[in-house]
Structures are given as C-alpha cells and as structure tokens.
Design a protein. Sequence first.
Length: 462
Amino acid sequence: MIILLIWVAVLIAVVVLYLKQVYSTFSRHGIKHFKPVPILGNLGKVVFRKHHYARDFINLYNSFPEERFVGRFEFLTESVVIRDIELVKKITVKDFEHFLNHRTFGENTFFARTLFFLKGQEWKDMRSTLSPAFTSSKIRLMVPFMVEVGDQMILSLKKKIKDSEGGYVDIECKDLTTRYANDVIASCAFGLKVDSHTDEDNQFYAMGKTATTFNFRQMLMFFLLINAPQLVKFFKYDMISEPIKKFFRSLVRDTMKDRDLHNIIRPDMIHLLMEAKKGQLSHEDVKPNDEAAGFATVEESAVGQKDLNRVWKDDDLIAQAFLFFVAGFESISSTMTFLLYELAVNPEVQERLAKEVREYDNNNGGKFDFNSIQNMTYMDMVVSELLRRWPPAVVMDRMCNKDYNMGKPNEKAEKDFILRKGCGIQIPTFAFHHDPKFFPEPEKFDPERFSEENKHKINPLT
Ligand code: HEM
C-alpha cells in the first residue's frame, strides 16, 4: 500500500512539474497572458460554453493594450496571439516563408490531405493546382447554378406561405441559409442537384450536417489532435467518420466516372478537379486590378501561378471537394444568417439594398448574372460591413516552421522574443474588426464605412 502511495505521489509530482514547465513558457519571456488552468489552459470558458471563442479573443486582445503580442494556452499547447497589425503584415507577407503552414491537425487523416492542412511544397503545389478554379471567369460560370438553387428556395417558401393558414410562416433563418448553402455546394462543387427545402432529409444534406456538427466525439478528437497527434496517428483516428468519407468518396468517384463515360461537361468544381487531375487546368493572365475580378473573387496568387508536374491521387482530389463543402457550408450560411439579422434590425439598409437589387433586376430584364453582382455597389458595401462585423473565421492561425524574431513584446521590454519552430501564432481577426482604433463605434452596423468617400480611411491591413 505504502509503495502504491509513493508511486501515486511521484506521479502527481511529475504531472505538476510538467504542467509548471509547460505553463511557464510565456512568463519566462515576459509575455503577458491570462493565468492558465491545468489541462484546459485558457480554454475553460470556451469548453464550458461560458464564452464564445470570438469573445474569448476580444477579452485577451483588450486586456493587454500595451502589448504587440500576448500568450494563450489551448489545453497544453501554447500559441502567440498577435496584436500589432504591422507584425501581422510582416508574418503574412514579407516573412511568410517562416509561416507557410497551418498548425498540425493530425497526419494521414482525410482532413490533413486538404489544401487547408497540406504543408510546405505540397500546399504550394495543391494551391497552384486549384487556384485557377477560383478566378472570376470560373465563378462566373457557376452563378447560374447559384441562381437556380435560389429560385428553388423561393419557390418552396412561396408554397409554404400559400399552404399556411394565416398567409405567413415562421422561419428559422439559420436552417434556411444552411439548406441554401448545402444545395449551392452540392451543385457547384459536386455536380449534384438537390432541393433541401422540399426534400428535407436528403442524403447529401444529412451527411453534410453530420460531418460539420461538432459533437462530443469530435470535441475529444480535436483535443487529441492538438495535444497528442502521435496518439491519433497510432490509433488511426480521424475527425471524419468512415461512413461519411465513404459517401463523399463514392459520390466524387462515381460522378467523375459518369462524366468521363458520357463526355459530360458541366462547368463546376468536379469538372475543374478532373481537369486538374489531367493537368489541363490552365492559369489565367489576370492583370492586377482587373475589373473582371470583382469583389467576389481573388487574383491568382504568385504561388498559384507556378507551373507544376505533380500527379494527384483520386483521394487527394476527393479531399479537396470535401474541403469545399466544409469551408463553404458554415461560412456561407452564417454570413447569410447575419445578413438577414442586420437587414431586419436596420430597415433603412434593407430598403436601400432592395431598391438597388430591384433597379438592376429591371435594367437586366429580370436576368441575374455575375455582372449584376459586380454592378451592385451598395451590395458590396453591405457585404463588406457584414464580414467586418461578423467575420465567419474569427481567428486565423499559422505554425512557425523556422525560428523567428518577433521583436520586443512591448516598448518597455528589454529583449526580443524568438518564436521557436513548432510554435503556433494566431491572428485575431474578430478583435481587429472590433477595435475602435480601426473601426469607430465597432458594434454599429454601418455600410457607409465602405462607401467610395470613406473606404480610404480603413487601414487595409485590418
Ligand atoms: C464568407 C465566406 C468565407 C470566408 C469569410 C472564408 C474565410 C477563409 C479564411 C479566413 C481562410 C484561411 C486563410 C488562411 O489562413 O490563409 C479560408 C481558407 C480557405 N477557404 Fe474560405 N471562406 C469563405 C468561403 C469559402 C468558400 C465558399 C469556399 C469554397 C467553396 C472556401 C474555401 C477555402 C479554402 C479551399 C481555403 C484554404 C486555402 C489555402 O489554405 O490555401 N471558402 N477561408
């Protein structure tokens, strides 16, 4: 019994010493941070749902106004949160070679093969492969699919209203926009026609919903992926369950096979992935500030324009299709939901936006295409302000892959801080967007910030 007690005491002492060592990283270098709680680090309030993740970052950001960067512990893992916007620019532009990769999220998992988590040269090559798929000329061809899905949503809403007793229906907006986003991605990314407003439990919607719901199993996996990736690798765990992977795999494979067999060409993501596989997805000569680029698309980056000979496996391309689903599903639906909310509480914005849409509708004879979107300047202002106030990606992250001198944490500090290889950084987008120094009265929804007269006042780094 005594021996057992001694062993327990030794074990506890080792754990305490280990935690002390881990959680003293920032104090040893004079970097400000909130006191961590053993095991949870600074994530306690998020894990127990007392704080939204975004609110957690705002708290940290606002609590240390003199600091250029501060520390944060996610469970046992430390990361440095950047407060100095000029340092963000250095990290993401001039010194980007030190920060090419996102933080590791398990190796050899389905997710790890997606563009978001690929590393180094493989990321550059995949980016180069996919980049032409996101230029304005390709998105232009997909707008009719989005319009078709929009029409089908309106039709279903009208029918529900007609069938109702009082001539109106109550709508859960997040459900409505999630179904719209689902159907757009099904059509644009997978070449599949579904109507989730009418056929509410269709398999594509059900699979997507399961894949993007953060339940207990996924929470546990998330913890292990961050803190014990080797364990995850050993047990071959994956965030995405086998039936879901199987569903998306066969969907993409069967669609590709069917198209090859019947020579079907539909200008969607599946087609672009098939072209990429054959090495036929060519890069475009889009000039900087090309008007055709519009606000909805980006220019191809230099990374994306490199010629490349890599041959991708089917599974690599399937993982990208799946990423389009995951990346688009929540971002589109939450953006649209917040838009509906802001339009409801700001009726003057709603009226002006509706007027602009109606005007273009009349001028275009009821036809809605990519040009219509580009001509709607007020729509651009409203969407920009929406993404300012409610950015779906509240924080961005990177992993340091070469030791990096971050400079001094504050003006009074004596020593520079060297960020070691393997340490993560976080860029608190949501906090920058709500800093009154950059956006006066940040809680006010004010599209005028992005008007022709005002937009030059916005710091482009924010
Ligand atoms: C309002 C809508 C959206 C927002 C705010 C948004 C935001 C972001 C952000 C912040 C990143 C991380 C960038 C980085 O760390 O370098 C990202 C990456 C990515 N997003 Fe989105 N996104 C949106 C919609 C979409 C949609 C609709 C798709 C595809 C159909 C998509 C596909 C991707 C991909 C593939 C990446 C990885 C890029 C790379 O690592 O090279 N996103 N997005």
